[in-house]
Design a protein around this ligand. Structure first.
Ligand code: GDP
Ligand code: MG
Length: 439
């Protein structure tokens, strides 16, 4: 999926005419990839609208990296879906917290029960397991083996065939023994059969869990929506655990399940081993789904496009003004317009822009931002001296930005002027403080 979405975005950025038609085509391609990755069709269509509104292709300034803006919009929309903005149940120490597992046969309930039990045990909870699966032969054996390996007390029966009785007896016994986390494993369901659903409800009524967890196989596919809805109606679970995220499945089903039930994913299973479970993190889940590597870099980049001057202000108060600060200022000006007026507010730039009309000034500013965009991070965050020490850097940046060495020099002069002012301002502030202290 990630590869497909990235290639859709790449096609857009590579195509000579970066017009709205190409943009629409790309959104269509991304949507198809998401549907193929088992994200619910209706969800994809609302996502599509969301991205179009978020990106406003026509209003994007020419110089910004469109690919990154679009990627970020897709990313944000998906994160928003898997983040139901609800805090999941938090067990309390010194109390009996009953957690009941539900889900289809083979989803990974029994395996995940033990993983979760170990997780709480490692965090100082007195933890145990109850096997209420009397439906499948060998279910109790499986739980016994897992529990023994993890050194977790367990309860089950080879003779009692009524799962409600086993569940109630087990939970009662462990409550008396002051266990803090009591996890109840239930039998799997091949289909959403009525009889098995009512069994699930009977167990729920008998053990009155504080938390019901739905276990969902990451490869569930387009069935995820209907299935999680049916379980939600029958058992009103308050948390989801997605298993087998280490497998080949794209995991789009998980997204659909959250969207359909407005229930948070709490953990993900990442393998068969007892320790293969991680706390769910919407950002990293979606990055993986989209095959995106450096999300932080992307987020930073897009944030730097906003009219956020905090970092620059912080630098200035420290008496610094880097090349990056200059670029951020230039970008801010370009967003604020009318350019000739705004540029006049920045010392030094007013001289540079004198006599230019808005189009010329805008072209000039764009070229300056191109120059900054061709710099390495080290260069951007520098005070500019690095270019004086190694002048070949200027040649490289000029070539990369399609400008001239003279223009690069001009930009660096501008940045030096600003840095000088920042230093003076700090000096003045320092003197004022000294004067105050002396009084
Ligand atoms: P249940 O029927 O819902 O209780 O499912 P089980 O716990 O018996 O798991 C079914 C199969 O899925 C077993 O072979 C597990 O080892 C496997 N399984 C469960 N969780 C994961 C996971 O996160 N990753 C992988 N690779 N396999 C898992
Ligand atoms: Mg099982």
């Amino acid at each position: 999926l990630g590869r497909r979405i990235n290639s859709a975005v790449n096609d857009l950025t590579r195509s000579a005419t970066l017009d709205e038609k190409a943009f629409d085509g790309m959104i269509k391609e991304i949507s198809n990839a998401l549907v193929e990755a088992d994200v619910n069709i209706k969800l994809v269509s609302s996502l599509r609208k969301q991205i179009k509104t978020a990106v406003k292709f026509n209003e994007l300034p020419a110089h910004v990296n469109k690919k990154r803006i679009i990627q970020k919009a897709v990313f944000d929309a998906l994160v928003d879906i898997v983040n139901p903005h609800q805090t999941p149940y938090n067990p309390k120490k010194g109390k009996s917290n009953v957690i009941m597992f539900v889900g289809l046969q083979g989803a990974g309930k029994t395996t995940t029960c033990t993983k979760l039990a170990r997780w709480y045990q490692a965090r100082g909870f007195k933890t145990c397991l109850v096997c209420a699966d009397t439906f499948r032969a060998g279910a109790f054996d499986q739980l016994k083996q897992n529990a023994t390996k993890a050194k977790i007390p367990y309860y089950g029966s080879l003779t009692q065939t009524d799962p409600v009785v086993v569940a109630r007896d087990g939970v009662e016994k462990f409550k008396k023994e002051k266990f803090e986390i009591i996890i109840v494993d239930t039998s799997g369901r091949h289909h959403q059969e009525e009889a098995l659903f009512s069994e699930m409800q009977d167990i729920q009524a008998a053990v009155k869990p504080q938390q019901t967890v739905m276990v969902l196989d990451a490869s569930i596919g387009q069935a995820a929506e209907a299935q999680s809805r049916a379980f939600k109606d029958a058992a009103d679970f308050g948390a989801i655990i997605i298993t087998k995220t280490d497998g080949a499945a794209a995991g789009g089903g998980a997204i659909s399940a959250v969207a359909a039930t407005h229930t948070p994913i709490v953990f993900i299973g990442t393998g068969e081993h007892l320790l293969d479970m991680e706390k769910f993190n919407p950002e990293s889940f979606v990055s993986k789904l989209l095959g995106m590597g450096d999300m932080q870099g992307l987020v930073d980049h897009v944030q730097s496009l906003k009219l956020d001057q905090k970092e620059t202000m912080k630098n200035i108060t420290e008496g610094k003004f880097t090349v990056r600060d200059l670029r951020d200022q230039l970008q801010n000006i370009m967003k604020m317009g009318p350019l000739s007026k705004m540029a006049g507010m920045i010392p030094g730039l007013s001289g540079m822009m004198a006599g230019m009309d808005d189009d010329d000034a805008s072209g000039k500013l764009k070229r300056m931002v191109y120059i900054c965009d061709s710099m390495t991070l080290k260069e951007l965050d520098s005070d500019g001296k690095i270019f004086v020490e190694q002048p070949t850097r200027m040649t490289r940046v000029a070539r990369g930005s399609g400008t001239s060495v003279r223009e690069v020099e001009e930009l660096l002069t501008q940045q030096r002027t600003m840095a000088h002012m920042a230093k003076n301002m700090k000096g003045m502030a320092g003197n004022a403080q000294k004067a105050k202290a002396a009084m």
